[in-house]
Design a protein around this ligand. Sequence first.
Ligand code: FAD
Length: 287
Amino acid sequence: MFEGVVMSGLKLPISLEFFPPKTPEGAEKLRGVREKLYALKPEFCSVTYGAGGSTQEGTFSTVSAILSEGVAAASHFSCIGATKASVREELATLKAMGVKRLVALRGDLPSGYGAGGEFHYASDLVSFIRTETGDDFHIEVAAYPEIHPQAKSPEADLQAFATKVKAGANSAITQYFYNSDAYFRFVDDAYKLGVDVPVVPGIMPITSSSQLLRFSDACGAEIPRWIRLRLQGYGDDIESIKAFGLDVVSDLCEQLINGGVPAIHFYTMNQSAATTEILRRLMDSAP
Ligand code: FAD
């Protein structure tokens, strides 16, 4: 049992992200995964909202389960297509549940749907939450060190990030990346625009090849050529993919920790093994 990652005497908070399961069997399996991961003493666990066809009900019930297990939970909250009245109602529900942390997002509509709704960008949602609920919630926002795919330009994307932080965000979690230079450059550039909130790197363990390669193109994360080619070269050899993934992602985390990141957020993909092993290696490399 340990609390966060301890390297060079430094205690680093970690947080864990889950997506809502779609079936009762999935919920039971996730409960077991959480139980294992709680040994890592996360600062909080977050639950995605609306991604991959999941429902608001699924998010809220998973958040509720985490809270009932005595762990702080963050609900992701996307505003695309929402009205002020619907957001107000959901905020009241989350507050009544005892949720104190939100990840405020614009979100994505499935292709073919018009945007609609009363919110255009995550910054609109952040301002609305602050106006409606004061300091009731700690608000996280998303950051894209390798640039959001719909951004007009890198500069415009950075400016949009600064705008949503200034609208009232307390901290940010990044899209995953495998190039630490992109993260450090992003944090430096954001700081020059007056962003001084913690920007926590989001870490995606590598446990499979095709899914990661397919997903990354669409979400603003680049798989470096050398990683892509190595993964493709392993074909269906899942053990080699996992072993390679653990080496690559542990090295990435070590670079980030040495560079002074404020915390680490893991995209667990509802699995415990890779996150646990990466943290075990980081502990092992402590002096
Ligand atoms: P925004 O910050 O609003 O940015 C969206 C785009 O608009 C960017 O290209 C930005 O440059 C541009 N933009 C912003 N403001 C302006 C402006 N004023 N004028 C012009 N352009 C502007 N998706 C889900 O559906 N559910 C989840 O639970 C979820 N969790 C996530 C968690 C993290 C940590 C991250 C990094 C992403 C997550 N996503 C989730 C994905 C996210 O919803 C998408 O990336 C979405 O396309 C953008 O959301 P955002 O909040 O970053 O949007």
